[in-house]
Ligand binder design. Structure first.
Ligand code: NAG
Ligand code: NAG
Ligand code: NAG
Ligand code: NAG
Ligand code: NAG
Ligand code: NAG
Ligand code: NAG
Ligand code: NAG
Ligand code: ZN
Length: 656
């Protein structure tokens, strides 16, 4: 572990922002879960028609590919934004008001974001989870020529409940189970009746807040998750997310830290998981769920450097686009540092896909991108239809060619990697940076945000006097520029080259002007350097970073956009129309989305409450808003009661 010392230095330098805040233990957790699928034979119509794997690169298949893409658009027309319901188990500890608010606003923001990105063929009736036959059953009929083949012959008297990562699944969410005492007699005796299921839900997320052993073992873990149930096509239907309770009251973790963590873990449980890679299917020609899908074949293998890559069609296409390479063998590399014994990891390689939401180490929230390659991977699962134009530009490595990020090239100085321990700018230019490495970078160095006051867009980072001699200006329109300018009237010797904050304004794509203290606006030609009158030294104007990506905004402007609560879009949007909601306000839809409301009446109540909350927010602000929150809690408590009653242990005795 040659890089461990650097990591420790990183932690000391960044006391309120540990470099490993987003450590993810998903693979470790998922490995311990036995995933339950519907009993075989139950969905006889939903069979796979496995065909020959069609090579996406094969020119002969191009017209086929084209047809496929066209039909893809048509056939996915019936998919709609995924409805993710969250359920708080009754055994959850009682949270304080602020903990609960933090938790629910983060979970709801993340859920809204993900529903906005992924569409599914919706579950038509209520979502019902399955019971594990190996748990409730002691004996299964094995004679294939009998009527009750593969059905349960004798109940397990010790059977109590189904659980998901330690959370007890309520009976009302579960299918029934039955025993067939005779191999030929088709009438069963019911062990547990069928539950009502969860209406209008495509994925059920149990959210449990607790300071578990795993949380205690690793202070940088905010949350972890696993899925426990899939449908007959392998699509995950339910999972649990454990939120580490202590982190909810830690000031160093912001709302955005939690949102990014929950999105990351949600992507894992929805299918971005190494256990699922081999089950991903191409369903682009499918008109009906499960029919006409075929396997991608083997989607993971090593490249010529020995790095495992994910080779699925959309991922390859997006990698080619991203790196501007026509190379046909350009899969997305998987992280080698947290790979299991199979060589696979459920994270992207940090050297190549730095800043991606699915990299192993989550960086500062404002620097995390929901990138096209991650969305392409979710598309390639075959379960989701993804509008790739909703991806955020990754920026990292864009157009750099297929060798980008390899251990052999990262030591050559480039605009993304640095070679020594100098000072510069983070590659998005919002932050001043320091050339550092971490445990996932295999010795490559990149500019990471400075420990202190590195944000150019934060006015409060301006230190009086200190910045004056190199002309720095902090503020929402300031960016980091590498420079060594010093005021001419200062006797001090020349400044070393480092990152400095200056104002900028766009004059076109990749065209901008900058302003340093007491200067006019000066054209800063991308890729060139300029001098400023009154100063000695140069400012270097980065190419393809500034005024190129319209979706790159510093957190301040994003917060402002969030604060612009637009009442009309909020109230008018229907429950299904998550896209609009996502843009309105973080709290826009918590009521109807936060809890599984089993009856229609309760859904209506919740919807009315959310409209009330909107008006309250607008008219009387936070005070009334809090009141609405407690109303919401009461709605939930009502549910909880009935849930508790159901929790009374039911003996698994067959009723004849
Ligand atoms: C399986 O069931 C059939 C029909 O009941 C019976 O004829 C056959 O002997 C059984 N086979 C075995 C191996 O028990
Ligand atoms: C994809 O998303 C973009 C941006 O949100 C939208 O303009 C476009 O209509 C969407 N395309 C489809 C096919 O839904
Ligand atoms: C992609 O590469 C080609 C040839 O290598 C080059 O002409 C083109 O400008 C590049 N495009 C981008 C967007 O970098
Ligand atoms: C990168 O560095 C390696 C040696 O470290 C050298 O062989 C190679 O030519 C360099 N590539 C570029 C593009 O400078
Ligand atoms: C960083 O912050 C710490 C604590 O606030 C302070 O002591 C230290 O001087 C700061 N370092 C710089 C470079 O500003
Ligand atoms: C010159 O710059 C240094 C930088 O720290 C500053 O301390 C000093 O006061 C400046 N001198 C003048 C004359 O501006
Ligand atoms: C600024 O840096 C450039 C390039 O490294 C160097 O040529 C120049 O002498 C430096 N100027 C000052 C004033 O330090
Ligand atoms: C709210 O949205 C409407 C229509 O989309 C727009 O006309 C109005 O200006 C918006 N209000 C605010 C405060 O953004
Ligand atoms: Zn992860």
């Amino acid at each position: 572990m040659p890089f461990a010392p650097c990591v420790c230095i990183g932690i000391f330098l960044l006391p309120w922002f540990p470099c490993t805040w987003g450590k993810c233990i998903f693979d470790q957790v998922q490995r311990s879960i036995k995933v339950v699928s519907p009993p075989t034979g139950q969905y006889a119509s939903a069979h796979w028609s496995l065909r020959e794997t069609v090579s996406a690169e094969n020119p002969a298949s191009r017209s086929f590919k084209h047809k496929r893409e066209q039909r893809h658009v048509e056939s996915m027309a019936d998919s709609q934004p995924i409805r993710i319901k969250t359920w708080i188990p009754s055994e959850s500890p009682v949270l304080t008001e602020s903990e609960r608010e933090r938790l629910m606003s983060a979970v709801n923001d993340a859920v809204n974001k993900v529903s906005n990105l992924l569409s599914v063929r919706r579950v038509t009736h209520s979502l019902l989870l399955n019971r594990d036959i190996n748990k409730y059953c002691k004996f299964i009929w094995r004679n294939s020529s009998t009527v009750n083949h593969k059905k349960c012959g004798r109940a397990n008297e010790n059977y109590r409940f189904e659980s998901c990562l330690g959370v007890i699944i309520p009976d009302e969410h579960l299918n029934g189970c039955a025993v067939y005492p005779h191999p030929e007699y088709p009438v069963p005796s019911v062990l547990r009746p069928k539950g009502m299921g969860v209406s209008e839900t495509d994925f059920l997320l149990y959210v449990f807040t607790h300071n578990t052993d795993k949380c205690r073992a690793e202070s940088s873990i905010l949350a972890y998750a696993a899925h426990c149930q899939t449908d007959s096509e392998g699509r995950p239907l339910a999972g649990t997310m454990i939120i580490c309770r202590e982190t909810l009251s830690m000031e160093r973790y912001t709302h955005e830290h939690f949102v990014q963590t929950v999105i990351h873990e949600l992507f894992h449980v929805l299918g971005f998981s190494k256990d699922h890679f081999s089950r991903w299917k191409d369903c682009s020609l499918s008109y009906q769920a499960g029919i006409d899908c075929w396997s991608h074949g083997q989607v993971t293998s090593t490249d010529d450097m020995g790095q495992f890559r994910l080779y699925s069609p959309f991922v390859i296409r997006e990698m080619q686009k991203h790196l501007n390479s026509t190379h046909t063998d350009l899969g997305a590399p998987l992280e080698n540092k947290d790979a299991g014994s199979d060589g696979l990891s459920s994270h992207w390689e940090a050297r190549v896909l730095q800043g991606s939401i699915m990299a192993a180490l989550l960086v500062e929230p404002s620097l995390i991108r929901i990138d096209p390659i991650t969305l392409a991977a979710l598309q390639d699962t075959g379960w989701y239809s993804v509008n790739l134009s909703r991806a955020q530009s990754l920026v990292w490595g864009e157009g750099e060619g297929r060798q980008f990020g390899s251990v052999s090239t990262c030591h050559n100085s480039s605009t993304f990697f640095c070679t020594d321990s100098g000072l510069g700018c983070h590659y998005l230019h919002f932050h001043k940076g320091e050339c550092l490495t971490d445990q996932y970078l295999d010795g490559c160095h990149i500019f990471k945000p400075l420990a202190n006051a590195s944000e150019c867009w934060k006015e409060e980072n301006e230190r009086s006097g200190m910045d004056e001699w190199n002309g720095e200006i902090y503020g929402s329109d300031s960016r980091c520029f590498i420079s060594n300018i010093t005021r001419l009237n200062n006797a001090t010797a020349s400044t070393p080259v480092a990152g400095h904050c200056y104002r900028h304004r766009c004059t076109g794509i990749n065209k901008y002007q900058i302003q340093v203290m007491d200067s006019d606006w000066l054209d800063c030609q991308a890729g060139k350097s300029i001098e400023v009158s009154g100063y000695q030294g140069f400012i270097f104007c980065p190419d393809n970073r500034i005024c190129k990506y319209s979706d790159l905004l510093p957190p301040t402007s994003r917060q402002k956009a969030n604060e612009l609560l637009n009442a009309s879009t909020y109230i008018e949007s229907s429950d299904d129309d998550v896209m609009e909601k996502d843009r309105s306000t973080p709290h826009s839809s918590f009521m109807s989305r936060s809890f599984v409301t089993v009856s229609k009446a309760k859904v209506t109540v919740a919807a009315v409450l959310s409209i009330m909350a909107a008006y309250s927010l607008l008219s009387t602000g936070m005070h009334v808003y809090r009141k609405c929150l407690s109303v919401r809690v009461r709605v939930h408590a009502a549910n909880e009661l009935s849930y508790r009653q159901q929790m009374a242990p039911i003996q698994c005795i067959s009723r004849k």
